[in-house]
Design a protein around this ligand. Structure first.
Ligand SMILES: [Zn+2]
Length: 255
């Protein structure tokens, strides 16, 4: 779960006899085998790190993908029913994740999926016609059958984005670190107002790479300043899985 550098950090914590929060680094370690974004535990080896991660190498419906040659279709509009949430951020050693209060959801094709958390990847995981973006936010939703729908928001370098300020001033720099703040956030303010999207059936982009994830990547990127992109990149380093083959799947785009 943690890189070599962070192993040293974990060992130091143990040596000092310090305790970490339940969802911190040491607890996260128990979740499974070690994987990372480079070296011998990097993306091309994930499928062999553990039998639980087999889908990473054998799956035929993996994510992310290059969003190109999409079939235009009259897709139903996604309804974002996002309420405010308190600010709870964790650095889990792979990404910076904001855990979202219950009570927010999206409705896609008549099915409701509750927003659980959102997190970030630098640079983007999905590409558009081969073009990579500075960052990508994944808003992870789950329905009452446990099925996942992930909304991807591409973030390009541009104007400073004030909507991200409350999160950016509370970024947990170290693996295992958690931050919470009174500041209420609303995920609706973090995403573009234009609702056109790409959609396809894919997977988690991290081990165990489980499939049957409904992917919805918004067509319109949001902007963030170079400083904002660098702020999070300096914490997560590069945490993007390379694009995977589309295989027999159909990529659709709203007209
Ligand atoms: Zn993600």
């Amino acid at each position: 779960m943690i890189s070599g550098r962070k192993v040293v950090f974990a060992a130091a914590i143990v040596a000092l006899g310090l305790s970490l929060p339940a969802s911190g680094l040491l607890a996260a370690d128990k979740h499974g085998p070690h994987w990372s974004y480079e070296g011998e535990h990097g993306p091309e080896h994930w499928g062999h790190v553990s039998s639980e991660f087999k889908a990473c190498s054998e799956g035929k419906a993996q994510s992310p993908i290059d969003l190109s040659n999409a079939a235009p279709e009259a897709l139903s509009k996604i309804e974002f029913e996002y309420a405010s949430s308190g600010l709870n951020i964790v650095n889990n050693g792979h990404t910076v994740q904001v855990n979202y209060d219950k009570g927010s959801s999206i409705v896609v094709d008549g099915s409701e999926y509750g927003l659980v958390q959102f997190h970030f990847h630098t640079p983007s995981e999905h590409t558009v016609d081969g073009r990579s973006y500075g960052n990508e936010m994944h808003l992870v939703h789950k329905n009452d059958k446990g099925q996942l729908a992930v909304v991807g928001v591409l973030i390009e370098e541009g104007e400073e984005n004030p909507a991200y300020k409350a999160i950016w001033s509370n970024l947990p720099a170290k693996a295992g670190e958690e931050r919470s703040a009174e500041a209420a956030i609303n995920a609706r303010e973090l995403i573009p107002s234009e609702s056109g999207y790409f959609t396809y059936s894919g997977s988690l982009t991290t081990p165990p790479c489980s499939e049957s994830v409904k992917w919805i990547v918004l067509k319109t990127p949001v902007q963030m300043s170079d400083v904002q992109i660098q702020d999070i990149r300096s914490i997560m380093n590069e945490n993007n899985r390379p694009v995977q083959p589309l295989n027999e799947r159909v990529l659709k785009v709203s007209q």
